[in-house]
Design a protein around this ligand. Sequence first.
Ligand code: ADP
Ligand code: MG
Length: 247
Amino acid sequence: MSNTDFALAVEDLTVSFDGFKAINDLTLYVDRNELRVIIGPNGAGKTTLLDLICGKTRASHGSIKFKNQEMTRMSEHRIVRAGIGRKFQTPSIYENLSVFKNLEVSFPRGRSVFGALAFRCDAEVRDRVQAVADEIGLGTVLETEAGLLSHGQKQWLEIGMLLMQEPELLMLDEPIAGMSVRERELTGELLQRICKGRSVIVIEHDMDFVKRIAHKVTVMHQGKILAEGSMDQVQNDPKVIDVYLGH
Ligand code: ADP
Ligand code: MG
């Protein structure tokens, strides 16, 4: 397999903040249909890596290729249009709008195949909203005001808002923080479903959850990759136990 076959190819990536290398010569490949989990101690650079991929932070050096296209000099909104969606830790939903409206406003404009035929366009959007709402388990609460949803449901709604744009790479930073046991289970199932046909990168601390969802685990430490492989492999890696799992 050559490097050009990966959905995402991060190579020799470095970012320094006043001389401190938060990401230090990091290389990482993610496949299509893959659910990758990134773990590592606080300050390892996990969030910074996502910031770099989505264009929020600019690399000092190195390359980020998505479907063979260089992302490091692209604007944030062009990166979104290229198919990369990113969920931040705090949800950014519109609390006073319904679930339906939250999803509807996330539909990418100007992409309708029906052009000026407004009624066809409306139907297309409605169908897509319903499909996404069903996918995230909110299909029966479309008219509910988003502010009234449970914490977990709000997180799913934000995932749904990203899915409206049909991203080919979806990145989630600690998606189950604050969720109930049942919500965690459902989120695990949701992530398993939505990685089909795209790539998903999840940053997570909860090892039981990681075990349940990860296809492959990348362990970061001090801006570098400490280990990578199956959950079993990284869990039994002495380096990983030393800097992360042992504590
Ligand atoms: P993680 O998500 O793995 O806990 P982060 O990516 O948030 O780690 O942070 C990695 C390191 O980079 C930390 O030491 C953090 O303080 C530093 N850092 C992150 N963003 C910035 C920034 N914009 N300016 C300066 N330092 C930063
Ligand atoms: Mg973080």
